[in-house]
Write a protein of this length. Structure first.
Length: 173
């Protein structure tokens, strides 16, 4: 949406009307949605990006006022596609809220392969990492050692140990 346009509230209402016709609901909830009564309805987690923030004096105040007038609870960021102002916040915000973690594997006595992380959903385990490496490895996994946020350095963990973003995992069969 264009933060500098006085008609932005009406424009957003038109967008919502078109989406309603197509049974799409924008939501401020970024966790998995509960089943809907309508199997064809779609609920999409939403991050509102208020563009043209470089054209208003106080973009954050203007954005807050817009959200209040429009009655929206979406998470929102102000930015400018022209100047790049505020755009650096979008990627980190999405990464934090989308529920993805990056996990690196390592061979015993070697550093982690920092160039090729495995990506998993938050809450997945060492066994899930092993399955991504190779399905036979997942079946024969006895334990793992982990370095990172989910344990102390080199901690011996079982297959159901949840992994965290940035963990290095050493898998043992």
């Amino acid at each position: 949406m264009d933060l500098s346009d006085p008609a932005c509230v009406e424009q957003l209402e038109l967008v919502h009307a078109v989406l309603r016709e197509r049974r799409v609901t924008l939501t401020d909830r970024w966790e998995p949605a509960v089943e809907s009564e309508d199997p064809f309805a779609l609920r999409l987690p939403t991050l509102l990006i208020a563009n043209k923030a470089d054209r208003v004096a106080e973009p954050d105040d203007e954005l807050q006022a817009f959200l209040e007038v429009a009655g929206l609870r979406y998470p929102a960021l102000a930015g400018s596609a022209t100047t790049g102002q505020g755009l650096g916040k979008i990627g980190p915000w999405l990464f934090e809220h989308i529920g993805i973690v990056r996990v690196y594997t390592k061979a015993p006595g070697q550093p982690a392969d920092a160039g090729r992380p495995f990506t998993l959903r938050r809450g997945q385990t060492v066994a899930d990492v092993a399955a991504l490496v190779h399905k036979d490895l997942a079946r024969s996994l006895k334990y793992a050692r982990v370095w990172g946020k989910s344990g102390f350095e080199g901690q011996h963990v079982g297959r159901y140990h949840p992994v965290s973003d940035g963990d290095a995992i050493e898998l043992h069969v």
